[in-house]
Design a protein around this ligand. Structure first.
Ligand code: HAM
Length: 416
């Protein structure tokens, strides 16, 4: 017996409607906000993520699925969607077309993490990237898209926002961080010692208990923002107020990817504990240039679909299932079954969800099966019915039965 790889999950037939429901709503909301879908490969050149996501991040240093292909190229399964979307934006000259380029995607992503509830090695994201617009109204729009999705799905989450500034204010902040952490250098974990040298902002993202304790008193970026970044953050707040979205400023949010500038945000639920962050995003004005494109501002986010579904289940959000057949056609003998088959073909041809027996079951067993698959009606064709050209239709919810002529079947079931 070969088992599923650790940290991955099958979506079984009994659950797939939940995924379709969530993905359907995500697509509808994307349409409302005039976003267009982009599909990029599941794997990219490793270099894209080294440069894009950042070589001091946990994702790049510890979690990537990287391998050599048969042509000796280093390939990586995408650990997130932004770098691939940015690569495609540059490569396909989307910046020369209609701006802003407002894109969304639904993708699998891969990170070699320690699996636990809400943390997988293969997971799925609904993501949004808006390229070409620098104003904070666009940051607010990105937040609003995520907010609309989470609200539409009936979830209670808290929005945290922060600004991590631009390279100019980051320089001053990095200096302040180094000054703060220098006396604690010996107490920091191995990774944090490297972070101290290469990218002190990453120190704030460490998950080690001891480092977290030291971090608690570190200076905050909000005290080091330059005038422009400060104005941008104020503007974001005013747009969020206009949209009626409530938020909390959390200066500890720095995000686990290196491309962010200015706005960063997370939507967090308290009910799924450690993996409570269902959505994360922010502005990344330097990434396109970093990847070799003409400079272009950008902002986006991604929602983790497994975490979303887990949260919906935990909080008892009902997901409607409209996959149950409208009618199950049961035939008594070989001739009746043929008639059932013929009517079934006609019903399906008219878009009516219909099912028949494929297992040569008795009528009684067919009824049982129809009940199991949630058929709304069971239409029985026996010898007498076949002769009279009718079927005996039972409403499974009320138990009431009525006779329906074969030629009226489509009309009868059309709006049931
Ligand atoms: P991220 O915060 O790394 O950001 O991931 C976004 C969301 O993906 C998380 O909030 C979480 O719900 C989900 N997620 C991440 N890792 C896992 C995992 N191992 N298992 C299950 N779910 C997970 C990004 O990926 C950025 N690309 C978001 C972005 C887009 N920023 C700008 N544009």
């Amino acid at each position: 017996m070969i088992n599923i790889p650790k940290g991955t999950k099958d979506v079984l037939p009994a659950d797939s409607y939940k995924w379709q429901y969530v993905e359907g709503i995500a697509r509808d909301i994307a349409k409302t906000f005039c976003l267009k879908e982009i599909r990029t490969p599941v794997f990219e050149h490793t270099e894209l993520f080294l440069r894009g996501v950042g070589d001091t991040t946990d994702i790049v240093t510890k979690e990537m699925y990287t391998f050599k292909d048969k042509g000796d190229r280093s390939i990586t399964l995408k650990p997130e969607g932004t770098a691939g979307a940015a690569r495609s934006y540059i490569e396909n000259g989307l910046g020369n077309g209609v701006l802003p380029a407002k894109l969304y995607y639904i993708i699998p992503a891969f990170r070699y993490e320690r699996p636990q509830a809400g943390r997988l090695r293969e997971f799925h994201q609904f993501g949004v990237e808006i390229f070409g617009a620098k104003g904070a109204d666009t940051d607010a729009e990105a937040i609003l898209i995520a907010d609309s999705l989470l609200k539409k799905l009936g979830l209670q989450v808290k929005l945290y926002i922060n600004s991590i500034g631009c390279p100019t204010c980051r320089k001053a902040y990095n200096k302040a961080l180094r000054e703060f952490f220098a006396p604690h250098l010996d107490e920091l974990c191995y990774d944090c010692k490297t972070r101290f040298e290469k990218n002190p902002l990453r120190l704030l993202d460490c998950k080690e208990e001891n480092c977290k304790k030291i971090n608690a008193n570190a200076p905050t970026i909000l005290d080091h923002l330059c005038e422009d970044c400060s104005a941008h953050f104020e503007s974001l707040k005013s747009y969020l107020a206009l949209a009626g979205v409530s938020y909390e400023i959390n200066p500890r949010i720095v995000r686990g990817l290196d491309y962010y500038t200015r706005t960063v945000f997370e939507f967090v639920s308290t009910s799924i504990g450690a993996q409570g962050t269902v959505c994360g995003g922010g502005r990344y004005d330097g990434l396109i240039e970093e990847l070799g494109g003409n400079p272009a501002p950008a902002v986006g986010f991604a929602v983790g679909l497994e975490r979303l579904l887990m949260l919906m289940e935990q909080t008892g959000v009902e997901i409607p299932c409209n996959e149950n057949p409208t009618v199950y056609l049961a035939g008594m003998d070989a001739d009746c079954r043929k008639k059932a088959f013929e009517i079934c073909v006609k019903l399906r041809g008219n878009g009516i969800l219909s099912e028949i027996d494929h297992m040569e079951r008795s009528v009684k067993a067919q009824f049982k099966y129809a009940d199991k698959i949630g058929a709304k009606y069971v239409a029985v064709i026996g010898g007498n019915e076949l002769e009279a050209g009718v079927m005996n239709v039972k409403n499974m919810a009320t138990g009431e039965s009525e006779s329906v002529a074969f030629e009226n079947a489509v009309e009868f079931f059309k709006n049931k």
